[in-house]
Design a protein around this ligand. Structure first.
Ligand code: S6P
Ligand code: ZN
Length: 192
């Protein structure tokens, strides 16, 4: 049986801006107005302009969501900045299908990939240009920009993965990337 092979011409990545360009690429952005609740010091976050850009990400979906065996490709650019002593960061998520992993590749800037398993054990991997990271299945992931330049990274994940943001909204991560004595430090959450 003949299999039709779809062609995806001219999908490109701009390492200067962090954008993926091409037909069908979806762009999303997250600004402080909507992100303030994820930060520990919400008053400091709310004191920042609500239209302050925190991060922008592009996703290329060459196949439909939930296609078995398919792959998605994305790029994320996190602006430098802080809310209180906490670095600008992504919302973070588990994959809805917990067994699905993901690759990250750092293009520019410096940051921290914060990883938390379902027992809430949290660690982080430093991100710097050309570092490659594997997010195992069942591990929530969030990225913080711990530098003074934009942090740009690429990602590849299964089209079956889906995203579970609700679990993170409900309980957060058990530790946060905060500036302590001038250095990025993973600090465990104390009960509020
Ligand atoms: C998708 C992958 C990334 C993030 C992006 C934004 O599985 O991990 O493309 O979607 O970095 O982060 P978040 O947590 O807002 O989706
Ligand atoms: Zn992911």
């Amino acid at each position: 049986m003949a299999v039709s092979v779809p062609l995806f011409p001219n999908i490109t990545f701009d390492p200067q801006t962090g954008a993926i360009l091409g037909a069908g690429v979806v762009e999303n952005e997250r600004r402080m107005g909507q992100l303030a609740p994820i930060f520990r010091d919400r008053a400091a976050a709310r004191a920042l302009p609500p239209d302050r850009l925190v991060y922008r990400f592009h996703c290329w979906f060459p196949v439909a969501e939930n296609t078995p065996g398919g792959l998605f490709w994305g790029s994320t650019r996190i602006e430098p900045g802080m809310a209180g002593d906490e670095y600008f960061m992504t919302r973070g998520h588990f994959h809805a299908r917990r067994h699905c992993g993901e690759f990250y590749f750092t293009v520019a800037g410096s940051g921290a990939l914060v990883l938390m398993d379902e027992d809430r054990n949290t660690r982080y991997e430093p991100m710097s240009p050309q570092s490659i990271h594997y997010v195992p299945g069942g591990v929530a992931h969030r990225v913080a920009n711990t530098g003074t330049e934009p942090l740009i990274f690429l990602a590849c994940w299964p089209s079956e993965a889906g995203h579970d943001y609700e679990s993170i909204e409900a309980r957060g991560f058990s530790a946060r990337m905060r500036q302590v004595d001038g250095r990025p430090t993973l600090v465990g959450e104390e009960p509020r």
